[in-house]
Design a protein around this ligand. Structure first.
Ligand code: G3P
Length: 215
C-alpha cells in the first residue's frame, strides 16, 4: 500500500519525504486555505520534492470550469493528479480529462454507487472519505471493502485511496483490505513508526550497554 500525506504544508511534506517512504501527497481547498500562499506555488513546491502523485483539486463545479482549471493544474508537473468532486459534472469532466490523458482523483466519495460510476468514467483514483462516515455513525471501512470488491469483480484499474483517515488503525485496516493508497495527516504519519515498547526497550538496551563499557 502506498502512503500519502494529506496536507499542503511544505514543512510536513519535506520532513516525511526525507524518510524516503513518502509515496505521494493529496491536497484539498481546506488544506490549501491554511497555508496563506498562492495555490499553484504550493503545488509547484510540493512537486519539487515529491516524485509520486500529487493531487490538486479544482474548485469549479461545472464541466467547462473544471476542465479549464484542471488543464492548468496538470501543466504544473507530470505528477499532478487533478482532483474532481464526485458530482454529475465531475463525472463528465473525468471522461473528458481521461480522453486527454489527464489523470483524475475523484474525491468526496461516500457510497459504492458513486465509486462504481467514477471507475466507469475513467478515474485514476477514487477517494472514499472514511473518517467523515465514522463521524455520522456509519462504518467508513465497510465502504472501502465494498469498493474493493466491486473493482475486483469488474477489473477496474481505478486505485482505491482511503481518505479522511484519522488514526493508525484506519491505516492498518486499509492495508488489510488491500487498498492501493492511504492518505493521512502528518500526525498520523508520525504515529505509524512509534511504539512505546520500542522506546522503552531501546532506552534499556542503551543503559545496559553503558554498563558493559564501564567495566
Ligand atoms: O483530503 C481529503 C480528506 O482526506 C479530508 O479528511 O479529515 O477533512 O475528513 P478530513
Amino acid at each position: 500500500m502506498k502512503n500519502f500525506l494529506d496536507t499542503a504544508n511544505f514543512n510536513e511534506i519535506r520532513e516525511a519525504a526525507s524518510t524516503g517512504l513518502l509515496d505521494g501527497v493529496t491536497t484539498n481547498p481546506s488544506l490549501v486555505a491554511k497555508e496563506n500562499r498562492p495555490f499553484k506555488d504550493i503545488i509547484k513546491d510540493i512537486c519539487g520534492i515529491v516524485k509520486g502523485d500529487v493531487s490538486a483539486e479544482v474548485t469549479a463545479t461545472d464541466v467547462e470550469g473544471m476542465l479549464s482549471e484542471g488543464r492548468e493544474l496538470a501543466k504544473i508537473s507530470d505528477n499532478v493528479i487533478v482532483k474532481v468532486p464526485l458530482i454529475k459534472d465531475g463525472l463528465i469532466a473525468v471522461q473528458r480529462f481521461s480522453a486527454e490523458g489527464i489523470r483524475c482523483n475523484v474525491t468526496l466519495c461516500f457510497s459504492p454507487t458513486q465509486a462504481l460510476l467514477a471507475a466507469k468514467a475513467g478515474a485514476y483514483i477514487i477517494s472514499p472519505f472514511i473518517g467523515r462516515l465514522d463521524d455520522i455513525s456509519q462504518t467508513g471501512m465497510e465502504l472501502i471493502s465494498q469498493i474493493i470488491t466491486i473493482y475486483r469483480n469488474y477489473n477496474f484499474d481505478t486505485q482505491v485511496l482511503v481518505a479522511s483517515i484519522r488514526n493508525p488503525v484506519h491505516v492498518v485496516e486499509s492495508a488489510m483490505l488491500g487498498a492501493d493508497i492511504a492518505t493521512m495527516p502528518y500526525g498520523v504519519w508520525t504515529q505509524l513508526i512509534k511504539h512505546p515498547l520500542t522506546d522503552i526497550g531501546l532506552t534499556r538496551f542503551l543503559e545496559d550497554w553503558k554498563k558493559v563499557q564501564a567495566k
